[in-house]
Structure formats: C-alpha cells, structure tokens
Write a protein that binds this ligand. Sequence first.
Ligand code: NDP
Ligand code: 8X3
Length: 250
Amino acid sequence: MKTAIVTGATSGIGEATVRALSSAGWQVVATGRRADRLEALAGELGDHVHAAVFDIRDADAIKAAIAGLPERFRGIDLLVNNAGLALGTAPAQSADLDQWHTMIDTNVSALVTITHHLLPQLIARKGAIVNIASVAGTYPYTGGNVYGATKAFVQQLSLGLRSDLHGTGVRVSVIDPGMVETEFTLVRTGGNRAASDTIYGGANPMTAEDIAATILWIATLPPHLNVNRLEIMPVSQSFAGFQVAREETS
Ligand code: NDP
Ligand code: 8X3
C-alpha cells in the first residue's frame, strides 16, 4: 500500500484529496491545525488515515510530526503540498504587513521546509510531489500582490525541483487552479460568509473534489509520465485585460 501525506487536510482541496486517495487504496497522513476535523476525518475513513496535527509554519513541529509517524506510515510515496491561504484583498499600499508575512510563512517557507524533510524518502521510494499553486501565480490582479507572488514561487520551485530531481525517478507536478469553492474566501475575508457566498454565487466554480480527482489522476499515471504543470479553471472563469490610468484631459 502506498502512503501519501496531504497538508491542509482539514477542509477544501486537502480534505477532498485525503478522501480521494483513501478511496483509491492509499494510506494517508492528513495534516492541519484543527485537530477535531482531522480526527473526525481519520475516524470516518479508518485506520489507514493518520491525523498529524501541527502548524505547518513551525519547522520543529514538521520535523517532530514526520519523526513521530506510526511505523506503518513511515516512508512517504506522495507529498501533496496543499496547505496555504490568501489573506486580504487590499492593494499593496494599504495591505497589512502581518498578513503578507503569514502568507509567505505558510505558502512558501513551510512548503519548502516539509519538502526538504521528505526529499530523502521520496527519492528512496521514487515517489512524487504535487504542489498546489494557483492561477494567481501567473495572472496578476489588484489585491493579489503577495498571495500571487507566493504562488509564483511554488510554480517556479516545482519546475526547479523537477530539474534537480532529474534521474531520481521522483515526479514533480504543480497544479494551478482557478476558482474552487472551499473555505479559501472565508479565510481570505476574515470570516465574511456573505463575501464568500457572493464570490462563488452563480459562478459554477470548481469543487474541491474536482482538484482532488486531478491530484489522484496525476499521482496514478504510469511511472514514466510527469505532468509538469497543469492550469485548470471553471468554464465560467477566464482572463481580463490590462488597466490604464488616464490623465485628465481638459
Ligand atoms: P481551505 O481554506 O479550505 O483549506 C486550506 C487548508 O490549509 C486548511 O486545511 C488549513 O488547515 C490549511 N492551513 C492553512 N494554514 C495552515 C497552517 N499554518 N498550518 C497547517 N495548515 C494550514 O482552502 P483551499 O482548499 O481552497 O486551499 C488549498 C490550497 O489551494 C491553498 O494552497 C490555496 O492557496 C490553493 N488554491 C485555492 C484556490 C481556491 O479558489 N480555493 C485556487 C487556487 C489555489 P487549518 O486551518 O486547520 O490549519
Ligand atoms: C486562488 C485563486 O484567483 O482567488 O488561488 O486568487 S484567486
């Protein structure tokens, strides 16, 4: 039985990915801060799902959680780097610096740390890494500033890892989702349910299960295939043009 670790498994894409992998016969280490949710998920799915509760920004906690895995969950074949968040939608000039640091600590530093810890075993097992970036890493939008930059980091790191791991048999993929209805917008808006409902309302967004199915598909491709980068959006979403600030003419 293969073993995956899915970060950010207390809701949204991560939770759906744990369910999808578990249904497909994987053992899964599910991580996140909200212990009650992780324990409920593990309790529901059975003893092939292990709840590892820690704040992914805490490097010592990552190390301790990996070192403390029960014997049969040791040896990770698949790392799904999904934990992440956006905070705020303000333009840079009025953004909150603490929120910027939280996004960098979570989306960049934590992802780098857990990946570094797991690389030796991923190499030993010819495993795979699936990183969750975002369309926000490719297409800038007002208020996306640091969130988009963290996701551009994830995109480029993924390509760099692919290059570094050349010849090891380790696969590295990055998925850039567009709009997925999860708790993402609730978190971004500081718990504003009405704002979250407005964003997703009538948009027919992707579901967490759509992205989980994509992750499962990537992870179960024949071992000679590597999806380098995959951008996926709901049909209802596409691109807007550049903006132009015009001087007043008399
Ligand atoms: P959710 O808010 O539903 O899930 C985010 C997950 O990240 C939660 O399980 C949360 O767990 C975890 N997380 C956040 N901070 C920490 C932390 N400090 N320590 C441990 N875990 C943490 O959002 P999504 O499912 O949508 O987000 C998953 C990923 O997908 C993110 O990286 C996001 O940027 C990306 N994404 C989302 C899109 C969307 O439209 N929804 C589009 C493109 C990318 P907990 O709070 O319990 O710790
Ligand atoms: C989430 C997608 O466009 O809301 O990464 O930033 S977006």
